[in-house]
Design a protein around this ligand. Sequence first.
Ligand code: ADQ
Length: 493
Amino acid sequence: MRTQDFNRLVVVSNRLPVVLKPSGDSWEITPGSGGLVTALAPVLGQMGGLWIGWPGTAADETMNEPMRQFAREQGYSLHPVPLSHEDIQGYYYGFSNEVLWPLLHGFHSRCTFEQPWYWEKYQEVNRIFAREILEATNEDDYIWVHDYHLMGVAAELKGMRASRRCGFFLHIPFPSPEIFLKMPWRRQVLAGMLDFELVGFQTQADCINFLHCLRALCPWVDHEESGNILRIRCEDRSVKAGCFPISIDFDQFEGLAQSKEVEHRTAKLNLFHPDQQLILGVDRLDYTKGVPQRLMALDKALTLYPELHGRISLLQLLVPSREEVAEYQALKERIERMVGEINGRYTQPGWIPIHYLYRSLDRQELVSFYQASDMALITPLWDGMNLVAKEYCACNHREDGALVLSEFAGAASQLYEDAILVNPYDVNGVAEAIRRGFYMHASERQARMSRLRSTIRTYDIHFWLESFLKAAFEGKALDFPRDGLRSYLPKIG
Ligand code: ADQ
């Protein structure tokens, strides 16, 4: 691991990787969930370093000691950024989640553009983060800012004349100009991104979309390819950009799947469905994940192929997310209504078509569900990467599972050859993919899963980290198999 180029690695993200709950006059701390935490926590745990972010609740001194203890156990330090209720309303619920999240996922009609104070709060909070970074770091640290909440941090640091090396990684997609240019603050957001030294994207399509948006807004932008990194110049600014498909700690997931405890849990789960194939869906509650469309596809499969009755069951796990937002509550209710209707229509003695869980699971429980499932049905409408697809394969060490994957998940740009690819909007097509997965011969499952696992094992989270840091410090990335990535790009034709 490269550590010779900087003193400390400092990760900056909207949330610290913890969930804090009041407990008597102190706090109970548990690890946070979500893709960013799954990917970065093991990396920082190995390297040491510092994580800067909002603790998820009003900061107060009584949380310092429990946080220090949690940090010691994890192997890195935590620096909380205090934010007020109003900051969170405007910057997080407002600009991040009502403007950037839907826009960058291509849902521009869900955006709230008519609240200029969201943008003002976004800038203000990015400035607060910049101030905290200055206070908590030194010139020889490397500052790595993550995700769409903090795209203006480098510009704010520059405004403070701070000398810090600063890179950025976007975990969600970057759309084409037809979508991005609809945002009233498009120039400011793009200009802010140019103040980072390096901007990393999940796929090559995202990186190219970024370049096209820059071109649309400033036609005098100039770029050259240096190995697998783009060097972009726009007026007095220059930035490196590249694609770094994020991944998981493959060995950790595989090791856990092979542990006695998980094998025991899996064996128990298998007893419940001896004659059925278990199909797994795992998602955070979010409209980008395509859960209603997936349920429609299952419904369609049960209508078109009655021979599947009693032979397949969907286990849908939904992780609570943004529950305070009315739109997310409505989505949850819609999903639960659909589950009830489908179960009401098809259930027979001894068989229920959908098992539904709405809660966060611990890692062991999640891994035993991965292991016990014969097929993963991962059908987001658009997703930066989707780590669940990779986790499922890492845990499937018996190589007897099938992966059905949306072509709009970033993961498809790496796994397209061996997953069964689907268009999540095509309900009939997904129903057919379910049938195809069900009948797939054991030898074909084994061959496909073995190749999927080999790709994910090679391009794991450590490769991702090395590749980003190499690009930051040497100007070239480790080679992801770019020819493969190039040959499957539905978003740019
Ligand atoms: P997410 O949208 O959170 O991440 P994803 O990449 O699928 O999506 O990660 C979800 C994570 O949550 C997985 O690591 C999974 O193990 C965990 N998880 C799922 N179900 C759980 C449960 N019931 N209990 C506990 N944990 C659970 C964002 C982007 C993605 C991108 C990641 C990483 O939206 O596109 O892949 O960041 O860059």
